[in-house]
Design a protein around this ligand. Sequence first.
Ligand code: FEO
Length: 406
Amino acid sequence: MQAVEIKPDIYWVGGIDWTVRDFHGYITPNGTSYNNYLIMDEQITLVDAVKSDLSRTCLDRISSVVDPGKIKNIVVNHIEMDHGAVDKILAVAPNAMLYMTKLAKAGLARHFDISGWNIKIVKSGDELSLGNKTLLFLETPMLHWPDSMVTYVKEDKLLLSQDAFGQHYASSSRFDDGVPVEELEDAVVDYYANILMPFGRLITSKLAEIEKLGLEIDMIAPDHGVIWRKDPSKVLKMYHDMASGKAECSAVIIYDTMWKSTELMTRPLMEGLLAEGVPTKVVKLRNTPMSIAIKEFWKSRGMLIGTPTLNNLMFPSVAEFLTHLRGLRPTNRIACAFGSYGWGGGAVREAYGELNRMKLETFEPGIAIKYRPDQEDIKNIYDFGRQFARNLKEYHKQFEDIGSNV
Ligand code: FEO
């Protein structure tokens, strides 16, 4: 196992998991990597740890550069347990000093017996001189855990950004210039939608803070995926745009079905949307991992959620999706609901209840069809699709300038 030098005397020493497909419920079709970084200086310093079951890989990579027992400092930017091999590093470097935020210490104490650990609490603006290189710490609370911070290596203009700007993307290349651009962009959107969607405002203010501090960024090295060597400004711009509300002027129909009536409704809906020039995708929840449905929701300005009625409520997979989506606190999207019912109905009303709890822009009322759509229903559904598309295009206008002056 070899370390990979990413800057003079700074090495990637992480692990790649090509086969993981379920990352705490988040489906990862491209696997992931757990990145951490070794800084060779007068004080040898490790920034972040890997997932515990890759600790041997990490230690082997460190050993390709230096005896891990010589590590003097360990920076813990984030304590989620996919970076939890801190104890494994301490097992070989027991006298190392750990640097972390106050909340990281409190959180780690819930995972490990830290009574024998040497810990220094740091806060935004604190610096640590390693000899030739200087680390600057910047707290990023709730991006995406309360304990989070990033570490900036001043002399190298290198931002070690923990989860931020990462991707669940396994690759034999360690750098952005070694992978297809479209795949990388998709991985960034997927990661942002599923992990960072709730924190758009915080992201905007943290990016502004970095700009105000005048930090020049030559490279961004996250804890997952590839390192932004060729074009770190690309991911900064993507984050700025997504946090500001950028989305495609398109729609996604997300639905499930019992006896295919709700599914039948998706076809005239799509015809109506396309007739208005709104590109549309269709996602059937039972055939699609939740995280992919979330990504498709995030990419489009508008969502049509389709659900049959079951016991006066939404179909369970639709209820699950909307509950999960509500937790991600989506903004800047317009939505409507449709579905079939047999007698009492109720699912479309319930769906609007969820959409309104999310404070999304809604197009109401939705459209509910008894048992099975007939020819007149088909015409009405098509018209509903066209009306929603017109509303979507009007709503989208307020976001058209995002990104044009960044
Ligand atoms: Fe990669 Fe929030 O852990």
